[in-house]
Ligand binder design. Structure first.
Ligand SMILES: NC(=O)c1ccc[n+]([C@@H]2O[C@H](COP(=O)([O-])OP(=O)(O)OC[C@H]3O[C@@H](n4cnc5c(N)ncnc54)[C@H](O)[C@@H]3O)[C@@H](O)[C@H]2O)c1
Length: 395
């Protein structure tokens, strides 16, 4: 026989009434909120505010660029799949700029055209700075398809989305690796890029192909395009808020500054310098090291000077080459550690000498590298490295 307890019934009715009352309170509070019913600030254009999509903004250069843009009052959306970047860097930026409408982070893969289109349809971008990429020469020789996909094909996805949604300014992260090993130094923008005669790795080729796609597209478009070909990027935020924290598994492909710091911290037993018989003053390779602070400054200038229907192509370097031996000496001084150095035979694919002629960018964008003291740039980076032994993991 069924028995109905009247107390249980009134409990149940009470709970329903309570839920209804809470829902009503929530609706009233939402309606009173100033943003209720209005689209997010990111989804509409606002006079006097430039909204920049920073792809790869959780990465080393992208996070530094986002910081600079936010400081200059740009509105920033970071899109990153965190395959190589750090959510910790985004958190630092969010803490510095918590006000609504300043910074949003969207987790997405640029290889997913549907997701990218959705992002463009839900946001009102004025410009795109396309940093996102896999970016290790050594890895590109081992896994070239990954590079053509991630760099060339994803740039096409971004460009198509920009065209479809009327976003008309593009600043593209390119590299001196597109020049291969030219016969003449320094490298000017007129130096022929990779051809059959010029050896070049898949990373450089993938970037060159992406540049070609952008250039072909721009011939029949009013898009304002700036292609920046960076040389070797070093350093970090002088105020110590951001740094370079690549994944440990990428260490073997890593760049020289990371390798020096790893050796100085004792994570690696020492530093391996590959090649001492190049035709240079001390036999080691020569590179042009550009501080990330100067590099992001070049992006802001490029953004400000980008003009509809025009393409600007610029080398971003100091114009001065430094040998690997000089770099290692500067790193020893900056860290105060007598790093153990092993000199090994050459690594295939390395070029003897690569440095820029920065005349064009000085003339046209009024930009010159200011942080040209290698030891100072390394000291700044080392301060962050020492304070973040675990990268962003410990922050
Ligand atoms: N670091 C250098 O010395 C140097 C030199 C020349 C050019 N560049 C170029 O500068 C750009 C930034 O390099 P970086 O050193 O900051 O590298 P990074 O690895 O620190 O940053 C790249 C960011 O892109 C993100 N990313 C990669 N693939 C993605 C995808 N499919 N979808 C969404 N996000 C993706 C990663 O997660 C990472 O946060 C790259 O385009 C690189 O080719 C770097």
């Amino acid at each position: 026989m069924e028995y109905h307890d009247p107390k249980r019934k009134s409990n149940f009715v009470g709970k329903i009434l309570m839920a209804a009352a809470l829902t009503a309170v929530c609706i009233i509070m939402l309606k009173q909120s100033p943003t209720f019913g209005t689209p997010s600030q990111f989804s509409r254009h606002e006079e006097g505010v430039t909204h920049v999509l920073v792809t790869g903004g959780a990465g080393y250069i992208g996070s530094h660029a986002a910081l600079r843009l936010l400081k200059e009052s740009y509105r920033v959306t970071i899109v990153d799949n965190l395959s190589r970047g750090n959510i910790g860097a985004v958190k630092v930026l969010q803490e510095l700029f918590p006000e609504p409408g300043r910074l949003q982070f969207i987790y997405a893969d640029l290889g997913d055209a549907k997701a990218v289109n959705k992002i463009f349809s839900e946001n009102a971008f004025d410009a795109v700075i396309h940093f996102a990429a896999v970016a290790y020469v050594g890895e590109s020789t081992l896994d070239p398809l990954k590079y053509y996909h991630n760099i060339t094909s994803n740039t096409l996805v971004v460009l198509e989305a920009m065209a479809a949604h009327g976003v008309n300014t593009l600043i593209y992260s390119s590299t001196c690796a597109t020049y291969g090993e030219p016969e003449k130094m320094p490298i000017t923008e007129e130096t022929p890029q990779a051809s059959k005669l010029v050896p070049i790795n898949p990373y450089g080729k993938a970037k060159k192909m992406a540049e070609d796609i952008i250039l072909d597209f721009s011939k029949n478009s009013d898009m304002a395009v700036m292609i920046l070909r960076y040389f070797n990027v070093i350093g970090s935020d002088p105020e110590g808020r951001l740094g370079e924290a690549p994944r440990p598994e990428l260490r073997e492909h890593g760049r020289i500054s990371g390798a020096c710091f790893d050796a100085a911290r004792g994570i690696m037993p020492g530093l391996k310098v590959k090649g001492t018989d190049y035709n240079t003053h001390d036999g080691t390779c020569i590179r042009d090291y550009i501080d990330v602070t100067d590099l992001v400054d070049a992006h802001v200038k490029a953004l400000q000077k980008a003009q509809p229907s025009k393409v600007g192509i610029y080398n971003v370097g100091t114009g001065k080459g430094r040998s690997v031996k000089e770099f290692v000496e500067a790193c020893k001084k900056a860290t105060g550690v007598d790093i153990k150095v092993d000199y090994l035979p050459r690594r295939p694919g390395d070029y003897a000498e690569v440095f820029s002629d920065p005349t064009k960018i000085r003339r046209e964008l009024n930009w010159t590298a200011q942080h040209t003291d290698l030891e100072e740039s390394l000291k700044t980076a080392w301060r962050w490295q020492k304070a973040h032994r675990d990268g962003y993991g410990a922050s």
